[in-house]
Design a protein around this ligand. Structure first.
Ligand code: HEC
Length: 196
């Protein structure tokens, strides 16, 4: 139910169903507490299961990879969600009546970095690390700014200032610069140079 917080283009019905489940949990909770029944839900993030296998090859691998975008840096094993459910169903959760417990490795509280139109000279691992860094370091303060909207010198000034603001180590700042540069090069090869 992590998706209940986001609007994703082209999957309106899916997003609405997640938001609906969240509200359904709360309504069922107040309707049923008089019978001593507590209703709670789990907002699971990426979990390595067979869920996607019926419509894509390598569903488990996809979930495993995709989970690396979460702040915690990896997908969950099914047992980690089962533990939450067992807790909710137990007397130890006796005062939890209407919660959606987010067991998503932090996915729902971060702004994710976009994938660049081309990956430049970044390896798959570097790209993954760069988008993760962007999400936890830069996107905790603001939205994504497209480097193609800035002139070279202006962008360099912002990168220097923001690398300090985000307390990046030198190698992290360098990796992020290479990742962000891929957005500029993509624009240029389109012939749509938006440099002022
Ligand atoms: C602690 C919060 C914080 C962090 C972390 C941060 N920024 Fe910023 N950023 C700001 C604020 C506030 C501004 C507004 C301008 C200023 O500070 O002068 C800004 C402005 C910018 C701008 C210019 C926007 C404009 O007005 O055109 C860019 C580009 C930018 N940030 C990129 C980044 C990048 C890339 C990172 C990660 C390395 C980052 N920022 C990290 C707070 C942050």
């Amino acid at each position: 139910m992590t998706i209940r917080f986001f609007g994703f283009p082209a999957i309106a019905a899916y997003c609405a169903s997640k938001g609906g489940l969240s509200q359904l949990t709360r309504v069922l909770a107040v309707e049923n507490i008089q019978h001593g029944i507590r209703v709670n839900a789990v907002g699971a993030g990426d979990v390595v299961t067979n869920l996607l296998n019926h419509f894509m090859p390598g569903g488990r691998e996809f979930l495993d990879q995709h989970g690396k975008n979460a702040p915690i840096g990896h997908a969950a094993q099914p047992e980690e969600i089962a533990e939450v459910v067992a807790f909710l169903a137990s007397e130890r959760a006796s005062f939890l009546v209407d919660s959606v417990v987010m067991a998503d490795g932090g996915y729902s509280v971060q702004v994710t970095a976009p994938s660049p139109p081309n990956t430049g000279d970044l390896s798959k691992e570097e790209l993954r690390e760069a988008t993760r860094l962007y999400s936890i370091k830069c996107a905790r303060c603001h939205k994504f700014y497209d480097p193609a909207d800035y002139g070279d010198a202006e962008w360099r000034t912002w990168m220097n200032k923001m690398s300090r603001k985000a307390r990046l180590k030198a190698d992290q700042a360098q990796l992020l610069s290479r990742y962000l540069e891929t957005f500029r090069t993509a624009q240029r090869s389109d012939g749509k140079d938006r440099t002022p």
